[in-house]
Design a protein around this ligand. Sequence first.
Ligand SMILES: Cc1cc2nc3c(=O)[nH]c(=O)nc-3n(C[C@H](O)[C@H](O)[C@H](O)COP(=O)(O)OP(=O)(O)OC[C@H]3O[C@@H](n4cnc5c(N)ncnc54)[C@H](O)[C@@H]3O)c2cc1C
Length: 413
Amino acid sequence: MERSELSSDDDEEQPRTLAEQLATIVSGQRLRVLIVGGGIAGATLAAALQRHDITAAILERSVDPEADGYMLGLIPLGGNVLHALGLWDAYARESVPIHAYALHDGTGALIRHYPLASITDRFGDWRGVERGRLLDLLLDRVAPVVRGGTVASFMPVAHGLAVTFSDDSTERFDVVIGADGMGSHLRDLLLQVGDISVFDTGWGGYVAWAHADGLDLDVYREAWGPGFGMGMYPVPGRVGLFLGGPNHALSTRSLGEAAHDLRQHLIYGPFARALDQLERNQPAFYWRMADVRADHWVEGRVALLGDAGAGFLPTAGVGASAAMEAAYELAQRLASTKSAGVLDALLAFEARERPRVEQLQRSSRWIGRFMFVESKTLTWARDHAMQHVGLDTVLSDVEQIMSTARLSLRHHA
Ligand SMILES: Cc1cc2nc3c(=O)[nH]c(=O)nc-3n(C[C@H](O)[C@H](O)[C@H](O)COP(=O)(O)OP(=O)(O)OC[C@H]3O[C@@H](n4cnc5c(N)ncnc54)[C@H](O)[C@@H]3O)c2cc1C
């Protein structure tokens, strides 16, 4: 028989709507949970719900699972969530332990080397991992992510929400979680303009990769000069780079030009080496250093989670861990409720997590004030002051949050 006879147009399966795909996943679940956004927060929530035998549906806008493949440093807050999810061993294999933070001046000369033992001895490992690898771990035991769509609108119906998707299909859920990141569309659907505030540093930079050859894989290094900065963040086998500066000077430069400019300043050590071996034609993205905050996270049966509720500057390296802790907490609340109790569960989640996440967000903003400096005099004064400032001072909020975490296990490779 000819192949064409086997597959006539009539026999071809119609593509299923988003609603049909998502409904299949939540069919028969005691709580019908829709998670919008399959990033760190959404994936952690799905993994944590699955531990309670609730299979949630994730709807992700991006078609490419490898999109946004950048480096992440997880403080113990995030690592301890992975342990609670039974993912510690796989995480340890996919990540590198970070033992120190090294602060350099605008030439690349070392200002101060901060061992992280004072934190890791008390709270657990600090590790570097690729975002894509972390997502693979979190999504390994949950239902497949439904890709290539988003939510267009939702409205309350008896005992739930009727959600309409970008392909015009509609389905009912008990609860919808907006975990769609810093530029959250769910946040715009849920809140008024006046409920949302943006904090813009005016800086930004390129995120790119360098070969690990000759670079150390257990130290975070940053160099800050007047009007420029560079960071090096290892993961297994390579090092994530951040090449930063004020948007007015940098955003019109290409990655290669930015690297060339920085190389004129950073003449010493690992920074010079990394810039020399940076592949200048690689795909890199320009990241504007602005964050966003929603003044509340819950309305009816919809809640914001992760960067959608409080986005993060990268300055303290805590956004992903904050999102993971909040996702874990939300899963505990949802797992112990029925459909009728969803609003109370969401409000209890917000009451516990929003102050904690906002404290970390404030701390990230405060640290940014010392990094994003254009004046030579202030840069000089900052560099001298930092010789006498301990890590405990810089990370006091982060330590306070870790010391009051519900998951306070300690893990070391
Ligand atoms: C370059 C870079 C480096 C960083 N480094 C660190 C670090 O070292 N340590 C740290 O703790 N944090 C770091 N962060 C911050 C951290 O990545 C975020 O705080 C964390 O990812 C927040 O998780 P999230 O799930 O809320 O957002 P994301 O992980 O951004 O996920 C949001 C998801 O929603 C999807 N989406 C967006 N819009 C829609 C829509 N309309 N419908 C459906 N899906 C949608 C996106 O495609 C994405 O997959 C870094 C961020 C960046 C950009």
